[in-house]
Design a protein around this ligand. Structure first.
Ligand code: ZN
Length: 367
């Protein structure tokens, strides 16, 4: 049984499925489809408004449970050919091995443990989306429609230690474009308006909006501008990442960003700000902690003490939690080094999380 899960994981990891790689995503879906159909699940592609394709598996009637795991990774075509699935002692490696292909295996393993017969009184919906790593622009609406009447949403992203993720930060993404006037830096210096200088002032003002105590951070993560040293630059741009912990923290920051964009230090410069909040925050909430307590109880029954973790990153859990639906994330196995070559999965934790999820699904009608 256990080697069966690792085989499934190996075949998923060895198919590259970067966000936007429709062929890779389709190939992955063909690997998991027969396993789910075998269990009596329907398995259908769902097209989003932006043309991206996701997959929904459904079975049963009763309390509605939604399981979310994404099929896409941050790694391009050819990654698996260079460094495919491999195991060293208790750890497995390869692109997406933990984020989130081990989550997909956790779902399938748990459903196989629940078994085809004696299905509990629950309606299980598994959504495997293909654009999570680019903030789920297409699948967001599908997720929101699916979860809004759910009794429990479990997001099977990797776990941080022996914990479940009960809170996640909200994320905003912005682009700030600054316009000046180009001129010869020697003969017409005073004729020019230096867009890079204006951006420099703005960058400092933006970074200063950070309030670490409140959990609000702004990071100017990429800048661009100018052409050569002897030209006063007429253009510069910056890309900005915003993190918040509470929904009401977004608006004051947005106002300040607009003010900074609209106020020029360098005479003659102008700027345009675009972007917004891409994932609402998932704050610690009573409704989510109640679901956590149920999972913790189930964990104790299999000998695992589950703690809580609050993540600085976002996931699809943010969308479900923002609708007020009981949501817990980090239900997948323990891993680390995500989005890098060092990505790993703790193999024994895969079996524990399969047991946890299977047991939860069995008892959920009665708790
Ligand atoms: Zn992920």
């Amino acid at each position: 049984m256990k080697s069966n899960y690792l085989e499934l994981l190996a075949s998923l990891v060895n198919i590259d499925s970067g966000s936007g790689d429709a062929e890779g995503i389709a190939a992955i879906s063909e690997v998991i489809r027969p396993r789910l159909v075998q269990l009596g699940f329907s398995f259908e592609p769902v097209a989003a408004a932006d043309g991206s394709v996701h997959f929904l598996a459904r079975r049963g009637a009763g309390k509605k449970v939604v399981l979310l795991a994404h099929l896409d990774t941050v790694f391009p075509r050819g990654t698996a050919a260079g460094r495919g699935f491999h195991i060293e002692r208790d750890l497995a490696f390869g692109p997406g091995v933990s984020d989130c292909k081990s989550g997909v295996v956790t779902i399938i393993g748990a459903l196989e443990q629940v078994g085809r017969d004696q299905w509990p009184e629950i309606e299980v919906n598994c959504l495997f989306n293909s654009d999570e790593e680019i903030s789920s622009p297409g699948s967001r609406k599908i997720i929101e429609d699916l979860v809004k009447d759910a009794a429990a949403v479990l997001v099977v992203e990797p776990a941080e230690g022996e914990n479940l993720t009960v809170a996640r930060k909200g994320i905003g993404r912005f682009t700030l474009r600054v316009f000046g006037k180009s001129a010869h830096s020697g003969s017409d210096y005073s004729e020019g308006c230096n867009a890079i200088l204006e951006l420099a002032h703005k960058i400092i003002a933006i970074q200063n909006l950070t309030d670490l105590e409140a959990g609000v951070t702004l990071n100017v993560g990429a800048v661009n501008g100018g052409v050569r040293p002897n030209v006063v630059p007429d253009y510069a741009m910056a890309e900005i990442d915003l993190r918040i912990v509470k929904p009401d923290q977004a608006e004051p920051v947005l106002k300040e960003l607009e003010r900074i964009a609209g106020t020029a230090v360098v005479s003659g410069a102008s700027a345009r700000l675009s972007g917004g909040v891409t994932r609402p925050p998932m704050p610690v909430s009573e409704i989510n902690l109640k679901l956590y307590e149920k999972l913790r109880q189930v964990g104790r029954e299999i000998g695992v003490e589950l703690g809580t973790f609050q993540s600085g990153g976002g996931s699809d859990a943010n969308f479900a939690a923002a609708l007020g639906v009981p949501t817990i994330d980090g239900v997948g196995p323990i891993g680390g080094g995500h989005h890098s070559e060092a990505e790993f999965l703790n193999i024994p934790s895969l079996y524990r999380r399969i047991d946890l999820l299977a047991r939860f699904l069995r008892v959920f009608p009665n708790i």
